[in-house]
Design a protein around this ligand. Structure first.
Ligand code: 5GP
Length: 114
């Protein structure tokens, strides 16, 4: 997989508003937020899309969801609720090919998908 700008953010070669970090995962605010809270939860290893997730990544994916839960609490949106989304490839409107979960909330969201 070719490197994306998220790898540069992970390496601190590009700036980002980081809200959480551990050995395996970084979470930072989306540059073009779709809601008052819009955070991207990103694994430090390069996995391009959901299609590239392997069984050995199962624990990491679980940890990413737990980080989303933690950041939602940190951002005080947990009780009101929020959306977690992963876009995959063209029909999913994925533009950055480094796996990430969108954590979106802080207002009443509409619809559920498309
Ligand atoms: P995707 O459509 O691939 O699921 O979403 C990629 C997200 O990355 C978009 O919401 C976009 O606004 C965000 N993004 C793109 N470039 C940057 C950047 O340089 N910094 C940050 N923080 N977010 C970015």
């Amino acid at each position: 997989m070719s490197e994306t700008l998220f790898t540069k953010i992970i390496r601190r070669e590009l700036p980002a508003d980081i809200v959480y970090e551990d050995d395996e995962i970084l979470a930072f605010r989306d540059i073009n937020p779709q809601a008052p809270v819009h955070v991207l939860i990103v694994p430090k290893i390069e996995i391009a899309t959901v299609n590239d997730i392997q069984p050995e990544h199962a624990e990491l994916i679980g940890k990413m969801v737990l980080v989303a839960q933690k950041v939602a609490k940190q951002e005080a949106i947990a009780d009101d609720g929020y959306r977690l989304a992963i876009n995959c490839n063209r029909h999913g409107c994925q533009i950055v090919f480094h796996l990430h979960i969108h954590l979106i909330g802080g207002k009443q969201l509409r619809g559920s998908a498309a």
